[in-house]
Design a protein around this ligand. Structure first.
Ligand SMILES: Nc1ncnc2c1ncn2[C@@H]1O[C@H](COP(=O)(O)OP(=O)(O)O)[C@@H](O)[C@H]1O
Ligand SMILES: O=P(O)(O)OC[C@H]1O[C@H](OP(=O)(O)OP(=O)(O)O)[C@H](O)[C@@H]1O
Length: 190
C-alpha cells in the first residue's frame, strides 16, 4: 500500500484466542485519541457479540473481495476476515495509528502492504487463556478447545518491529506497556 512513514502506523494486535486482543484495543482507543480501531468484515453471525465488526455472508464477502475492497483477507476458525482498505487509508491519512486484530499468519504480508507497521504480540499463560475464553462465552466448549490448541503458534520469521505485551495481569498494565511501545518518546502516563 505505502511505505510513507508520515502516515499513521498500522498496529497489528496478535496473539492467541482469549489473550485480550479486543479488550486491549478498546482500552487503547479509549486512552489515546491518536489511535483508532479498524472494524473488520467477518462472516460471523451478526448476533455473536464481542468486537465491533461488519457481519457478512460468504457470498457478500466474496463480492467485496472481488471488488478489491480488502487490503488483506484470510480464513481462520471457519470464518473469513477482511481488512477494508478504504478505512485504513482514511484513518492513517488523518495521522492516526490504526489498530487491527490480525492473524499471525498474515503478518509478513501485512508488513509488505502497510509499510509503517508495528506488531504487538500479546501473551498470557495457557491457564489464563482457558479461563478467559470460558469467561467470554462467545464460543462452544469444543470451539474453545480448538482455539486453545492454536495458542502457542509462533510468529513467522522476517518481521521487523515485534514487541511482546504481557496481558497476564491487569489490562491497564498492558495498556501502558503498549502505549510505551507505540509512542516511545512520550513521558510515562499516570
Ligand atoms: N487483563 C485482563 N484481565 C482480566 N480479564 C481480561 C483481561 N484482558 C481480557 N480479559 C477478558 O478475557 C476475555 C477474552 O478477551 P478478548 O479481548 O475477547 O480476547 P481476544 O480478542 O484475544 O480473544 C474477555 O472476557 C475479556 O473481558
Ligand atoms: O492465525 P492466528 O493468529 O491464530 O489468528 C487466527 C484468527 O484468530 C483471531 O480471530 P478472532 O479475533 O475472531 O478470534 P479470537 O478473539 O478468539 O482471537 C485473529 O484475529 C485471526 O482472525
Amino acid at each position: 500500500m505505502t511505505d510513507d512513514i508520515s502516515l499513521g502506523p498500522v498496529i497489528a494486535i496478535v496473539g492467541p484466542s482469549g489473550v485480550g486482543k479486543d479488550s486491549l484495543m478498546e482500552a487503547l482507543v479509549a486512552a489515546e485519541p491518536r489511535l483508532s480501531l479498524l472494524k473488520r468484515v467477518i462472516t460471523r453471525a451478526p448476533e455473536a457479540g464481542g468486537e465491533d465488526y461488519t457481519p457478512v455472508t460468504e457470498a457478500e464477502f466474496a463480492q467485496r473481495e472481488a471488488a478489491g475492497e480488502f487490503a488483506l483477507h484470510w480464513s481462520a476458525h471457519g470464518l473469513l476476515y477482511g481488512v477494508p482498505a478504504a478505512a485504513v487509508v482514511a484513518q492513517r491519512a488523518a495521522g492516526r495509528g490504526v489498530l487491527v486484530n490480525f492473524s499471525r499468519a498474515m503478518l509478513v504480508d501485512a508488513q509488505d502492504v502497510f509499510g509503517n507497521f508495528v506488531i504487538l504480540n500479546v501473551t498470557a499463560s495457557p491457564e489464563v487463556l482457558a479461563a478467559r475464553l470460558a469467561g467470554r462465552g462467545r464460543e462452544s466448549t469444543e470451539e474453545q478447545a480448538k482455539r486453545l490448541a492454536q495458542a502457542s503458534k509462533p510468529l513467522p520469521e522476517g518481521l521487523h518491529h515485534v514487541h511482546q505485551i504481557d496481558n497476564s495481569g491487569e489490562l491497564s498494565a498492558a495498556v501502558q506497556a503498549a502505549l510505551a511501545v507505540i509512542y516511545p518518546d512520550q513521558p510515562e502516563r499516570a
